[in-house]
Design a protein around this ligand. Sequence first.
Ligand code: PEP
Ligand code: MN
Length: 302
Amino acid sequence: MTTTAQFTHYLQDTKPMQDAKLTAKSHATHSSVVALNEQVSVGDRDLLIIGGPCSVESLEQMETIATRLGHQTVQALRGGVYKPRTSPYAFQGLGETGLTILDRVRRRYQLPVITEVMAIHQIEAIAAYADALQVGSRNMQNFDLLKALGEIDQPVVLKRGLAATVQEFVMAAEYIAAHGNTNIVLCERGIRSFDPYTRNVLDLGAVVALKQLTHLPVIVDPSHAAGKRELVPNLARAAIAAGADGLMIECHPVPEESVSDARQALSLEAMADLVESLRPIAAAVGRSVPTANGDRRQLALV
Ligand code: PEP
Ligand code: MN
């Protein structure tokens, strides 16, 4: 006999599989590979390492990061220009000036760039200047924004909401897919819990589950989960061991001087050391960390 409690549990257990159509594992014969540009993709054997500051602050800052980390350590750059800040009095991002900085760096260094979109009216400009659009945690269930992102072709990096269940996360991705864009990358960035010691709790169980439930690439952002730079490297290594397809990590030429999220930013040296340390872990799980001498670099130089 099935009790109500068992039945509820059964529904919760199977709902993502039942409701998600286009993003469900059963919809595709293979895991999806999402291309950020002609050289760089995520979801294949090679891991995707994305690095950069929380906020784009200046051209010099972004050029320093691209020069020091580009291709050898990271295959893509991140940097927010429209920032979702808790306080309206905090730095809100450079806006369009920041977009032109990202565009300059992506062309000059042949590195794809990813930046956050907060509103529908920003989509056109961001799509013109960036390779992938990030939906931040605070907007994971902004359904109008998700629908509008379904109308474009560019990849969308969808971050898990601060308190979103795995099912809600999958269904948010389904909104983008249902409206026409299946270039979606899921990003686990920690969920809110009772303990402020870590800013959020990195949910590696969700990473494993998302890989089983969907065919989409899943990356991990250990920076916003940790909130403290000293926690980031081990969380990043654990994420790769758990089967993540890549990482998005905040780093800065002078971490203490970051205009936002300074406490969690890695130095560029620490970022390079971290990526080197991933190699044996990646190999152990059948993945690899791209090298500057690999195909991507040669293609990028053409
Ligand atoms: C960010 O990536 O800078 C950011 C604001 O992340 P999240 O939406 O995960 O808080
Ligand atoms: Mn940040």
